[in-house]
Design a protein around this ligand. Structure first.
Ligand code: FDA
Length: 579
């Protein structure tokens, strides 16, 4: 008997993209099914750096504290340490991931959330458990095979790997969140730019108490410059903290043209020994796997009723820690749009804004991550470590920096500069937070793009211009202190105004869709005791910001307007694709 299962949204994949799509859709009340090929969620740590924007998304979806409870906190991510082995010589450090005091202040000013290190095998259960608790139906060992779409929906054929048979799932929309080898993206014919398999990498997960070499310089990543380290993906051997300071993941490159080495326990142990540099420490290898570094992005994230998210549409090395962050943010961008189209509030045209908004971000992320790899070369160059080398030669070059000669002084300066330049990988706050959208779901207010006052990759610049994420400011409501970001989200539009904005409040309540209103000012529901909001809002008290369910400003008007009702109605119609 062939069975057809029906749902509104079928999601292929339970990684960060699929799990957060399911969580957001279930939070918004949209029926959805997740199918995933394997019998479990991710069983290795994989992606881990979790940036402030992702934490804001998780805060809106109600799981921020579940993540904080399990993640390694920001202060233990304080450095990136460059060394010859953990027990060996240290070459320098970069204060990382918002732990430089100046950058830390920027982090505190930018968001109510903190960056953290949440390994993927811990993140996925948080997202998936919450999604299932809110209504997602999840099927493990269920493999997507193919799909066909028509005017009303998508029919996907899946294989139950336990029973060995296939069945069909009929959905109104299909989300391909099936990772870097996405079959959904291929079947949907999404055009891809770039290249797969540009370099080879091996992940080795192991247990070892390395406290004596790490706790005094807490880092998420220890970069080991050892002979052979420039081969393959990352440009150095990486010892990554999974759990401080007892569980670790090593990333070690291999020559992709020669193929992956045989991943025996002996091989894994030899790599670990080389990078740790202390043979007396007991080491237990938990797993080894080979993967390739890719440099690919899709030009379009959708074809008809099929949408792809995450690694399915952007594939890049782990530099800057953007993989899972970008995947979660893709899903968050898409989910509210699907909800509003499915419940008839929005025209399907709204969904075009998904590619328009997220494809440029995906491309930027792929470019940045690959550039970060190339920018590691000067660290090796400073040590003359890129030329054909014997280990002895490399050690001699490294030792030479201690000499009291002019050449050694120059070498020290070059090394310091090269390591400090890695801020573009380890402190790129602007890359994390300066996303600006331009699409049919954003109504321009006619103001010119002010550009960025400082380096847009390093520094966050808040803006309330349509297309920017709502700036964070601490405001109060009675004795409660909350972020402006806490007043928006939860699947609905929100209008922010202040004293004199009565026409906007009336206009908001007259819309066909629910628009929450937030009035900020003395004697109002919300107050701005620090004056931060007055400074950041970039509108007068009587002006208005209309914020989308994903926290992005969609419409801005700088003052009171006698025709507020008409202006807001037009804006909402445009955003929802009805204009
Ligand atoms: P993700 O790959 O996480 O999930 C894909 C999902 O689709 C899985 O649930 C899979 O079961 C499912 N699936 C695939 N095909 C299917 C089919 N035909 N039918 C049904 N289900 C299907 N990043 C980083 O920053 N640091 C790191 O160290 C690493 N290391 C690393 C190691 C390995 C082995 C991998 C595979 C990846 C990494 N990454 C990483 C990358 C990081 O994991 C990645 O960016 C995110 O997981 C992307 O999330 P997605 O949800 O898009 O895909």
């Amino acid at each position: 008997v062939s069975t057809v299962v029906e749902t509104d949204v079928l999601i292929v994949g339970s990684g960060p993209a699929g799990a957060s799509a399911a969580l957001a859709l279930s939070t918004y009340g949209v029926p959805n099914i997740v199918v995933t090929r394997y019998a479990s969620l991710a069983d290795t740590p994989r992606a881990h750096i979790t940036n402030q924007r992702t934490m804001e998304v998780l805060r809106d979806l109600g799981v921020e504290q579940d993540v904080v409870a399990q993640a390694t906190p920001q202060h233990l991510m304080g450095n990136t340490t460059f060394c010859t082995s953990l027990a060996g010589e240290e070459l320098g450090r970069v204060r990382s991931w918002g732990n430089d005091p100046l950058v830390q202040a920027e982090h505190e000013l930018a968001s109510p959330t903190r960056m953290c290190d949440m390994p993927q095998h811990l993140m996925e259960p948080v997202l998936v458990n919450a999604a299932v608790a809110r209504g997602t139906r999840l099927r493990f060992e269920t493999e997507y095979l193919s799909h066909a779409q028509d005017a009303d929906g998508v029919t996907a054929t899946v294989r139950d790997r336990l029973r060995g048979d296939t069945y069909e799932i009929r959905a109104k929309y299909l989300i391909g969140a099936d990772g870097g080898r996405s079959r959904v993206a291929a079947d949907a014919g999404l055009p891809m730019g770039g290249q797969m398999g540009v370099a080879g990498s091996i992940n080795i997960v192991f247990e070892a108490d390395l406290t004596q070499y790490t706790a005094h310089r807490p880092s998420t990543l220890y970069w080991v410059l050892a002979p052979g380290a420039t081969v393959g993906g990352i440009g150095a051997g990486l010892v990554r903290c999974v759990r401080p300071w007892t569980e670790w993941l090593i990333v070690w490159g291999y020559d992709v043209t020669a193929g992956a080495p045989d991943l025996t326990t002996e091989y894994a142990e030899s790599v670990v020994r080389g990078l740790v540099g202390d043979d007396d420490i007991p080491v237990t290898i938990k797993s080894s796997s080979a993967w390739t570094v890719n440099e690919m992005y899709a030009e379009s994230y959708a074809n008809g009723r099929v949408f792809c998210a995450g690694d399915a549409v952007h594939r890049h090395p782990p530099s800057n820690g953007l993989g899972s962050n970008t995947s979660i943010q893709d899903a968050y961008n898409l989910a509210w749009k699907l909800k509003l189209v499915l419940d008839g509030t929005a025209h399907p045209r709204l969904l075009d804004s998904y590619t328009a908004e997220r494809a440029p971000i995906g491309r930027q992320v792929v470019t940045r991550a690959n550039r970060s790899i190339r920018e590691t070369a000067p660290v090796f160059e400073a040590l003359d470590g890129l030329s054909p080398q014997t280990p002895e030669q490399l050690w001699a070059n490294i030792a030479a920096r201690k000499d009291s000669t002019e050449a050694a002084g120059k070498q020290r300066a070059e090394l310091r500069e090269a390591i400090a330049f890695k801020a573009y990988e380890f402190n790129a706050h602007g890359v994390d937070l300066n996303q600006r959208y331009s699409s049919g779901a954003i109504v321009p207010d006619g103001t010119p793009d002010p550009g960025f006052a400082r380096d847009p990759e390093l520094h966050h610049q808040p803006s309330s211009r349509p297309g920017a994420r709502l700036p964070h400011a601490w405001i109060t409501s009675g004795s409660r202190t909350l972020s402006t970001l806490d007043t928006v989200g939860r699947g609905r539009f929100t209008l922010l105004t202040g004293i004199g904005g009565e026409d906007w409040v009336r206009a908001a309540s007259a819309q066909d869709i629910p628009v929450a209103t937030v009035v900020i000012g003395p004697g109002q529901e919300y107050e701005d005791p620090y004056g931060d909001w007055a400074r950041l809002s970039e509108i007068s008290d009587a002006g208005a910001l209309l914020v989308r369910p994903d926290g992005f400003v969609a419409f801005r008007y700088s003052s009171a307007a006698p025709d507020a009702g008409e202006l807001l109605t037009d804006a909402v119609r445009t955003i929802l694709g009805h204009a």
